[in-house]
Write a protein that binds this ligand. Sequence first.
Ligand code: PEP
Ligand code: CO
Length: 447
Amino acid sequence: MSQWEPDSWQFKQALQQPNYEDQQQLKTVCDKLSSRPPLVTSWEIERLKSQLAMASQGLAFLLQGGDCNESFAACTADPIEKKLKVLLQMSLVLVYGMQKPVIRVGRIAGQYAKPRSKEMETCDHVTLPSYRGDCVNRIPFTAGDREPRSENMLKAYDCSAQTLNYLRALTEGGFADINHPENWELDFVTQSARSQEYHQMVSGIGNSLRFIDTIGGVTRADLSRVDFYTSHEALLLPYEQAMTRRALGSDQWYNLGTHYPWIGDRTRNLDGAHVEYFRGIKNPIGMKVGPSASVEQLVSLLNHLNPNREPGRMTLICRFGASKIRHCLPPLIEAVKKSQHPVLWAVDPMHGNTITTDDGTKTRHFDQILDEVRESFAVHAKHETIIGGIHLELTGNNVTECIGGAGGLSPADLDRAYESNVDPRLNYEQAMEIAFLIAGQLQVDAS
Ligand code: PEP
Ligand code: CO
């Protein structure tokens, strides 16, 4: 196999990349980006990798969630706080229900580039490039907005840095303190059924903490911070290359723009540029696995991306859809078992369940999302493998993007608060319902 370099992907076919008109400008931007400080460190990345290795053995659980597509406009305090609040509340439910550590990972601080099914979009006889995320171009349907501009990568770096800086402040300081879960309250949900269930649980935890305090066990200060990691789809390869650095004091290459990049379902071809790029970085990596993945392909990808079978390196994020998982997942599980690759199996119950309503709105049925989660636990239980994580598109805003759930949203409700510009996300209640389902599910499995 030829020598890997941060730019060796350039000799392979790179799918889902924009066509930049001004190549000189692209080079100037990439040079600037390469000289910006890293956003994360190799020590954090290695700590995450060892936690993911624990999850692959059933000793921890991965909770990964956030927007389908972050936007520069939403790089403000409120959406960041709300997403973190939902993830912290969900993780508390999971820790409490499963009695094991939860690894919290946001689709955040870098999720600015999107793969699209169509290169071009046509509207009223005008054809323009599709919107590919704020890192590439802009949403309004004008030639100027849809032109890919490499300068957007600098803005993506800036927004990622600002988001991550605020997340670090919130998770290190008093905000994430388990002794003060009132910090994580969202103002609009106090009456919901899930919220009441959650508050009962929190008051139970509060009592246990006071009890521990009284008898002098752990110091409560230990519980005042949480680990929180970032992830995004490493799609736009010039950006990812510029964030690829040798770690301090080592000769290993890491993507230091995020802790945990993933390869999308559309770009995981063995001979392609994305797989070439991922091969050489030391980060733990996620790989989306959809219905088109064959047994042979999957095992070849694992051999290629994790030849040393390093634990924690590979997460398989399965996204088949509720109607296909029962058929698609078992042969892959058996092949991976046979190959003896140590993988973390996770489920993304979102991307195989996207539908379009009669009026053209993208949505997902909450029942199908739940079905895929349940089915995933059932299949792994049957094959005696471990499902160690969940990958969700969610927001802390009170949106109406997915149909169903405790709030009983119908297609007619979608208009009311539909904010996503790419895929529909779970709102607070729907996200919490999934957390309660998994927390309960695993208890049943363990008994
Ligand atoms: C996504 O996670 O937003 C996405 C595009 O996923 P997939 O690659 O699984 O389609
Ligand atoms: Co999506």
